[in-house]
Design a protein around this ligand. Structure first.
Ligand code: HEC
Ligand code: HEC
Length: 325
């Protein structure tokens, strides 16, 4: 039986046990590098237990002494976030034991992209809307930030591209923000106030005043204003006189009134009545009759308590340029 060279030289220690005459057991010490590595892992584990959440006990766990700090809004006694004199949310530092959620908050506030966003926000803070829109860099910033905010807060109603939604039931319609037809006007200040305070759109019902043929004639006249094909001109002419009731809000020529949010009835952009999607003229007629008879109500929620004034300003720039103006 061959023996290993070390054994021959007698350099390797054995335990002294011998089996079957020549089977010996080596007594090799653990390699030094391995041993130190092993001690290293023990030290690492102890340091880790001290720093980070590690051991479960009862219904909780050891939290470790390592902490993560991040900014949170100050909540006032009324349970709402407090605001500073600029209307921005007041922030305070919150420190928690190390955990992934706190780390995420911290990263959202201190990552290079978050810091870049802060820098841009400071840059546009004192710029006018026109200045932000005129400078390609700040406009790009408004677009990218506005796009994110729009997706989170507005797209559910207005669609991801702001294209809105026309429903067969006019109460379920949401106006298109990506066209050039503004119900309330396209001034930045107006858009900011709409986002901040919400919108209450209201047209009274005229069902008691117009019924049967009178109602149909008036609806014919309304459809003639935007030159819908299929209008019965005779009926429209008869209906014209009744439009006096509507002129107070929609204007004598039906051009609308942005100050009170009465839409222009002479263009092809319908905000609430699905005239463009109607199968035939009769369907258009029924829809317009329905609006005259039942009136219209729409409500857009206010965002002043959810978005900061800076966010709303950027959204206004974003929304207005969706309309291509
Ligand atoms: C719950 C649905 C809803 C949400 C969410 C919503 N809106 Fe609206 N928005 C409406 C309705 C309904 C109207 C029409 C109000 C009216 O005139 O009757 C409207 C109208 C508007 C108008 C006026 C359009 C014009 O032609 O004058 C703007 C601008 C607008 N919304 C922007 C926004 C922005 C920006 C957000 C997100 C911060 C948003 N909306 C979120 C429902 C919504
Ligand atoms: C008190 C003001 C007022 C009067 C009077 C009024 N309207 Fe309106 N009308 C509005 C407002 C405001 C809206 C938008 C309603 C909303 O935001 O929900 C509207 C919406 C409409 C629409 C929908 C337009 C669209 O783009 O989808 C039609 C059609 C319409 N009115 C026709 C009439 C006719 C016809 C009369 C006369 C019988 C009339 N209105 C009288 C204020 C008025």
């Amino acid at each position: 039986m061959s023996q290993s060279p070390e054994n021959k030289k007698g350099q390797v220690e054995t335990t002294g046990h011998v089996w079957d005459g020549d089977l010996r057991e080596y007594n090799n010490p653990l390699p030094r590098w391995w041993l130190w590595g092993f001690y290293g892992t023990i030290i690492f584990a102890i340091v880790y237990w001290i720093l980070y959440p590690a051991w479960p006990y009862a219904d909780t766990y050891t939290k470790g002494i390592s902490t993560v700090s991040f900014q949170v809004p100050v909540i006032g006694p009324d349970g709402k976030p407090e605001k500073d004199s600029d209307g921005n949310a007041k922030m305070e530092t919150k420190t928690e034991h190390w955990n992934a959620r706190a780390l995420f908050h911290q990263e959202m506030q201190t990552s290079p992209s978050a810091l870049a966003q802060k820098e841009w926000l400071a840059k546009v803070k004192d710029m006018s809307f026109e200045q932000i829109a005129a400078n390609p860099d700040t406009l790009n910033f408004a677009r990218s930030m506005g796009h994110g905010l729009f997706g989170d807060h507005c797209a559910a109603c207005h669609g991801t591209g702001g294209q809105g939604h026309l429903s067969k039931n006019p109460e379920g319609s949401y106006p298109n923000l990506a066209d050039n037809a503004w119900i309330h006007g396209d001034s930045y200040e107006k858009i900011v106030s709409e986002i901040t305070n919400g919108i209450q759109g209201n047209m009274p019902a005229f069902g008691a005043l117009y019924k049967g043929e009178k109602l149909t004639d008036l609806a014919q006249y309304v459809l003639s204003l935007s030159h819908q094909s299929g209008v019965n001109e005779e009926a429209a002419n008869r209906g014209k006189a009744s439009f006096a009731t509507c002129a107070g809000c929609h204007g004598a020529n039906g051009m609308g009134n942005q100050a009170i949010g009465a839409p222009n009835l002479t263009d092809q952009a319908w905000a609430f009545v699905d005239v463009p999607g109607s199968k035939n003229y009769d369907e258009k007629l029924k829809l317009v009759e329905g609006v005259i008879a039942n009136g219209l109500q729409h409500q857009m929620p206010k965002f002043g308590d959810r978005l900061s004034p800076e966010q709303i300003r950027l959204l206004a720039v974003y929304v207005r340029q969706l309309g291509g103006t």
